[in-house]
Design a protein. Structure first.
Length: 240
């Protein structure tokens, strides 16, 4: 069960976020409908997610395979798409392919191959994004900007994959103007990648921006923002 206060807080938070999203889009000369709100719902319960699914959230993003399986199979997303946005281990690919409408965090050739094979076995085409380690941080997953190009070539040869675009998480310690430049760089990379006209590709998604910086991400072209804390409040890892 979730409390009345919690329901009201979530309702107001999502309304505020949609307002800010729409303002940021209009200020950039963009249609507000061109930006989707992904609720990053790691650690949130089935009940919390189910309630939030009734609000103006477009889709859900999960970081952990077990949470995706649990919430997807419980119907917590109420028919809205679930995406995978966390680091995906190759031995868990089978649980994600087919369940996630989009795997946003593909960052190696081995992972590409496993996803393609799993999608082939299910007779479907899996939409994917490639994750860029835009701040070149050693602690982060994602590919470097240089290794994006061979990975794009590789992905485009796979019939059970459809490349939809790019995703990134800029360094947490970057200041506002640095973060803005990382977002701008991401858009340049997406435009360059789209201009290649690769097979099995429809490069129209740029997933970037979180609770603290989503307006800047929208100003630089984000089509999906992934927001957790600003919707659900601070995460409590001690309960897990
Ligand atoms: C947790 C998470 C988010 C959301 O972060 P908040 O700061 O809580 O909005 C976005 N993207 C990814 C990949 C995440 O893991």
């Amino acid at each position: 069960m979730i409390s009345q206060q919690q329901q009201q807080a979530m309702t107001e938070a999502v309304a505020r976020i949609r307002d800010t999203m729409a303002q940021a889009a209009r200020a950039a000369g963009r249609d507000p409908a061109s930006v989707q709100l992904c609720a990053a719902c790691k650690t949130r319960t089935v009940e919390e997610v189910r309630f939030s699914a009734g609000l103006a959230i477009d889709l859900f993003g999960e970081n952990h395979v077990q949470e995706l399986v649990e919430k997807a199979d419980a119907g917590a997303y109420e028919g809205k798409p679930g995406h995978f946005i966390g680091h995906l281990q190759t031995n868990k690919v089978n649980k994600v392919v087919g369940r996630a409408a989009l795997i946003q965090s593909v960052d190696s050739q081995r992972l590409l191959e496993k996803i393609d094979a799993a999608a082939g076995r299910l007779g479907l085409v899996q939409d994917i994004l490639l994750e860029i380690n835009i701040g070149e941080e050693s602690s982060k997953s994602g590919v470097t900007q240089d290794s994006l190009w061979p990975l794009l070539d590789e992905a485009s040869t796979r019939e059970h994959l459809r490349l939809r675009g790019l995703m990134a998480i800029p360094p947490a310690d970057a200041d506002e103007s640095q973060t803005r430049r990382f977002f701008a760089r991401m858009r340049e990379l997406l435009e360059k990648a789209a201009a290649l006209g690769l097979p099995n590709a429809q490069m129209d998604i740029l997933s970037m921006g979180m609770s603290g910086d989503y307006a800047a991400a929208i100003a630089e072209g984000a089509t999906i923002v992934r927001i957790g804390t600003a919707i659900y409040g601070a995460r409590d890892y001690s309960k897990k």
